[in-house]
Design a protein around this ligand. Sequence first.
Ligand SMILES: *[C@@H]1O[C@H](CO)[C@@H](O)[C@H](O)[C@H]1NC(C)=O
Ligand SMILES: *[C@@H]1O[C@H](CO)[C@@H](O)[C@H](O)[C@H]1NC(C)=O
Length: 372
Amino acid sequence: MSEVACIGTSRALMITLLAAVLLSVAAPGAEAARAFLVFGDSLVDSGNNNYLATTARADNPPNGIDYPTHRATGRFSNGLNLPDIISEKLGAEATLPYLSPQLTGQKLLVGANFASAGIGILNDTGIQFLNIIRIFRQLQLFQQYQQRLGALIGPAAAKQRVNQALTLIVLGGNDWVNNYFLTPVSARSRQFTIPQYSQYLVSEYKKILRRLYDLGARRVLVTGTGPLGCVPAELAMRGSRNGECAPRLQEAARIFNPELAQMLKQLNSEIGSEVFISANAFKMNMDFISDPGRYGFKTSKIACCGLGPYNGLGTCNVAANLCRDRKVYVFWDPFHPTERANRIIVDQIFKGTTEYMNPMNLSTIMAMDSRT
Ligand SMILES: *[C@@H]1O[C@H](CO)[C@@H](O)[C@H](O)[C@H]1NC(C)=O
Ligand SMILES: *[C@@H]1O[C@H](CO)[C@@H](O)[C@H](O)[C@H]1NC(C)=O
């Protein structure tokens, strides 16, 4: 009798031990890091557009030439993009594109990337790219994601995982370069002055962020636009002579970004919590555009991969010029930074002062959130 009890006890103990071992094995991978959710445009698209009938894509070489697999993945970069580097710093694997067939089972715990190259705040931005995932659709897919996550770990745990996730949203650049300034006289530029359009964008963006909050996001990094007039594409198209940035696009970025930051403050005070964190992408990029040498870059004017003046025309493909040393270029293609420039931006996201990250940087957020 006592022997049976003894065996029973040791078996129970074994099962407990086994469970503990299994849990500790499972923990570092999926469970250890918080989930990471990504929304926005080509600056953060990790390959959703590969699955769509659109011209806004980067699934051809030499994109990805410095990616671990040395293959094009749909990222608009020679290597890693912003979300990849943030994931790396969170100690997590990269979030998969939401449309990837690999995003199933335990992978859902890591998070998801809903971004789609070409989209903007407005529904009419990027219409020339045909079939892309506009922001309202990205938010719908986010709801679908939560249902799938709920089916995996239960609705309450799914909700908690989403509430505790880190979210990144990058929008606005295309509303200017691929809408307002797309043609010499666009429909939007006939309708609005730059300040009026900026106000309209910010008011529409506010609705999007409200919705993101209503869907459960509680820590959201929001980047404004970079210095739109300084990208090689605009230097080339607007006939810059000595690499000077296009003034009207710079004016737009200088008006839009502070208004966006102000709106985030307002939204946080309405919600009563510091949900939205403003990342000053304009300043982060301007630092190495105005003084590339200080960051070890040889040029911030010429793209590594492209054609024509400043390699700013067309898209990056096998027929384009390709630089040898990607590390000394700020821009990979006519619009998007190199992996090295992205790394400097992510360093600022983690450690930047309030001029760069407001009200606080990501290391402070991580420290705060791990205490609760
Ligand atoms: C954009 O489209 C969505 C539906 O897809 C709609 O709910 C939203 O109101 C539209 N935004 C504007 C500014 O028209
Ligand atoms: C940002 O992060 C660093 C630590 O990485 C910290 O010392 C600094 O105070 C933070 N700055 C702000 C403004 O939060």
